[in-house]
Design a protein around this ligand. Structure first.
Ligand code: NDP
Length: 297
């Protein structure tokens, strides 16, 4: 079985991006991302920290604004408007989830589509669906890039995605059905309404799991020789672990490893690829090519 090492591939991409950033610097451009965090969700705090640290490693400047949970929608919108208008800010990211009194859609739609590093704005979603160059959502793009760098071809393959969220399942399905050399897959999307998941998952050449349920997909769901991508990040309490918990995926690693020909670990699989794609989006915006270059060249 091949371990699809997202950490190693992400490090490779970071090195490539550092070169691009240096070239931009020599043209007087300093890629710069603004990250907005509202409230004190510990997972969100840790994600924003990792993103900001990764930016600095490749030479992207990051400005982090951390607001209290009670911040109003108006105050958040004021930051976004200020960053939209600031030519020195290339990317804007609002860490989700937002507190319940804030309408996420309103906030995400206020971000300029050309600074939308997360690829969640409806303009970018629409461009992706019709096959125009777009700022792609980072997790789906990271999955495609990881498979591509391991030379796992998707053309003509049956890809089964478990989970239809707007940040993973749906955009990934839209990417993989594109008529393009890096896609061209036959795609099935499953969700909680599927009466018998195994009926679909057992037919998958490539199985992508994004359900948010710890270790739900087991060996019995997987066809011998399938490629399995585990998107899940779940905290499992574990008194013996230094932090009192450990991170596991949506896939039961041990039983799936016996069936799969290739499998992503958690941590160290899709997570680092997601951050690498965030950095790449920021650099392409700074370079002015975000809506010009087709993806995955
Ligand atoms: P959501 O909760 O938004 O969506 C989960 C999806 O799984 C839904 O479509 C849901 O169906 C489906 N689902 C839930 N239970 C079942 C079931 N028993 N059978 C079939 N389908 C089911 O999750 P996200 O997409 O945001 O995240 C999924 C996981 O990926 C989480 O663990 C999250 O932490 C992780 N994640 C990791 C990232 C990374 O960088 N590695 C980035 C983003 C997320 P329905 O629509 O019917 O409710």
């Amino acid at each position: 079985m091949i371990l699809l090492d997202g950490k190693r591939i992400a490090a490779e991409i970071h090195q490539e991006l550092a070169v691009e950033v240096a070239q931009l610097n020599s043209r007087g451009i300093e890629p710069h991302i603004a990250l907005l965090l509202v409230g004190d969700n510990p997972a969100s705090l840790s994600y924003v920290r990792s993103k900001s640290r990764a930016c600095e490693q490749v030479g992207i400047r990051s400005t982090v604004v951390h607001l209290p949970a009670a911040t109003s929608e108006q105050e958040i919108l004021a930051y976004i408007e200020q960053w939209n208008a600031d030519p020195a800010i290339h990317g804007i990211l609002v860490q989700l989830p937002l507190p319940a009194h804030v309408r996420s859609d309103t906030i995400l739609q206020a971000i300029s589509p050309q600074k939308d590093v997360d690829g969640f704005h409806p303009v970018n979603v629409g461009r992706l669906v019709v096959g125009l160059p777009a700022l792609l959502p980072c997790t789906p793009a990271g999955i495609v890039e990881l498979l591509r760098r391991y030379q796992i071809r998707l053309a003509g393959k049956h890809v089964v995605i478990v989970g239809r969220s707007t940040i993973v399942g749906k955009p990934l399905a839209n990417l993989l059905v594109q008529k393009a050399p890096w896609a061209d897959a036959i795609v099935t999307v499953c969700h909680s309404g599927a009466p018998d998941l195994r009926r679909y998952t057992l037919d998958a050449d490539v199985l992508v799991v994004a359900v948010g349920r710890a270790q739900m997909i087991r060996g019995e769901h997987v066809r011998q020789g399938a490629v399995v991508v585990d998107v899940g990040i779940n905290r499992l309490e574990d008194a013996s672990a230094p932090k009192g918990y450990r991170i596991v995926g949506d896939v039961d690693f041990a039983s799936v490893a016996e069936k799969a020909s290739a499998l992503t670990p958690v941590p160290g699989g899709v997570g680092p690829m997601t951050i690498a794609m965030l950095l790449r989006n920021t650099v392409t915006i700074a370079a002015g090519t975000a809506w010009e270059k087709p993806p995955f060249q």
